[in-house]
Design a protein. Structure first.
Length: 450
């Protein structure tokens, strides 16, 4: 049965308003065939934006579309999953293949499934429905070595957190199944630069009558899942937790603070979880939130709400959270996903566009070129060599260097260097961002490790 949305529709919008002039629609607004749920945005190694989602027009099955430079086109068949696909999570392997993890609602399964596009068709990665029980809040990420991992709320283990990885043949449990102390909701999976899997979640450890469900982060140390800092570190309820790593390797968590609350971001400084700027820096209560780091290392968040249910994007400038562009986007939204282009460094946001019947829309930010920061990448004469490379990448000047893999994960970050050792990295495509001591971009490029 198709869903009925009790939402007030507004007039279709084909261009962003003057108040949001720096946000530009990619392709056309509302490009999907029907409503989208759980939109997940990721970039291919060549810089093409892809969006995976639960596709209302195709019996709520999984679909993926990409922007080919002119139009949004289906990647393989639309509605390629066997059953309904909830909690869709899209990521690219180091080989450049798009993968989608989801809760497979093929009754009576409701288990986790991962599929990948092999260039012709969408095929299962290992067995379909590989989790022991139902798997909500599926979150997909690749290790630096290229292994796919999936974290989820495990119905077979009292709704606690479980992580599984694909070993090339089978999906196997990482550490213990159901490793969290209590039930885990809004699970977000990411890898540290050292290659350790971390999960952030809303922690429902009901040891007392306290109704607070705060944020907790755990990591796998190679043997066990251990708590990062204190469990339940947020002061109040933490909804829609989103986890990402800074270039310096610090884990950050963004979340909706309280039942009716604003956006808050915290980071682990090696000892404690501390606030990044003020708490609840959004003006009003928000919905879903998505956290990502720019190539320059600044944390950005995109979220529902704050401005009559419109999307808003904010970044932390080192002192304050400031809006990126003006007062949000021109239409109410449902679902949101933020990612940075590996080739241009621009932030992109995907969402269900209520003004276009909750179809998919993607926007990107194009700031007016008013400073050296925006001009420097295109005018740079810095040499990066050799390319392809095997062990050492050289730069014609000393700079701060960030190396990112094709999944958008930061592999390493070095300051004031003119060489980078990549001998221990697997073969594949990588992206290099060079910045000066003021954070200004000097050069961005793609390199190939043979």
């Amino acid at each position: 049965m198709k869903k009925v949305l009790l939402l007030a529709m507004v007039a279709s919008t084909t261009a962003l308003s003057a108040n949001a002039q720096n946000w530009e629609i990619v392709g056309k607004p509302g490009f999907s065939a029907g409503n989208v749920y759980y939109p997940s945005l990721a970039f291919s190694p060549t810089g093409e934006p892809y969006v995976g989602y639960q596709d209302w027009e195709n019996s709520d099955k999984a679909s993926v579309m990409k922007f080919d430079g002119t139009n949004w086109v289906n990647v393989g068949n639309a509605g390629f999953s066997v059953g309904e696909a909830s909690y869709t999570s899209l990521a690219f392997s180091p080989a450049g293949e798009p993968h989608v993890a989801y809760l497979d609602a093929k009754s009576p399964s409701y288990k986790a499934t991962v599929m990948k596009f092999n260039g012709t068709n969408w095929v299962n990665v290992g067995n379909a429905s590989f989790s022991a029980g139902y798997a909500e809040y599926t979150s997909l990420a690749f290790s630096p070595a290229g292994t796919p991992y999936v974290a989820y709320q495990d119905g077979e283990n009292s709704d606690k957190a479980t992580v599984m990885k694909f070993d090339g043949t089978n999906w196997v449990t990482v550490g213990n199944a159901g490793f969290s102390v209590g039930a885990a909701s809004y699970i977000s999976l990411a890898f540290s630069p050292a290659g350790e899997p971390y999960v952030a979640y809303q922690d429902d450890d009901r040891k007392t009558s306290d109704p607070i469900r705060p944020a907790t982060v755990m990591k796998f140390d190679g043997t066990n899942w251990v708590t990062v800092g204190n469990a339940g570190f947020s002061a109040d309820n933490a909804f829609h937790t989103s986890l990402a790593f800074s270039p310096a390797g610090e884990p950050y968590v963004a979340y909706k603070d309280k039942w009716i609350g604003g956006a808050t971001v915290m980071k682990f400084d090696g000892t404690s979880w501390v606030n990044v700027g003020i708490t609840e820096f959004s003006k009003k209560s928000i919905g879903k939130i998505s956290l990502a780091f720019s190539p320059e290392g600044a944390p950005y968040v995109a979220y529902e709400g704050d401005n009559s249910s419109r999307a808003t994007v904010m970044k932390y400038d080192g002192t304050n959270w400031v809006k990126v562009g003006d007062n949000g986007f021109p239409a109410s939204i449902l679902g949101i996903s933020l990612a940075f282009s590996p080739t241009t460094g621009a932030p992109y946001v995907a969402y269900g566009d209520v003004g276009n019947l909750v179809k998919a829309t993607v926007v990107k930010f194009n700031p007016a070129p008013t400073s050296i920061n925006e001009h420097s990448a295109s005018k740079s004469t810095i040499s990066v060599y050799p390319n392809p490379a095997n062990n050492i990448v050289c730069f014609s000047v000393a700079a701060n260097v960030q190396l990112t893999n094709v999944t958008g994960q930061m592999v390493t970050y070095k300051t004031n260097v003119n060489t980078l050792d990549i001998a221990n990295q697997p073969a594949g495509i990588y992206f290099v961002t060079l910045t000066d001591d003021k954070g200004r971009v000097l050069q961005r490029c793609m390199i190939v490790k043979e």
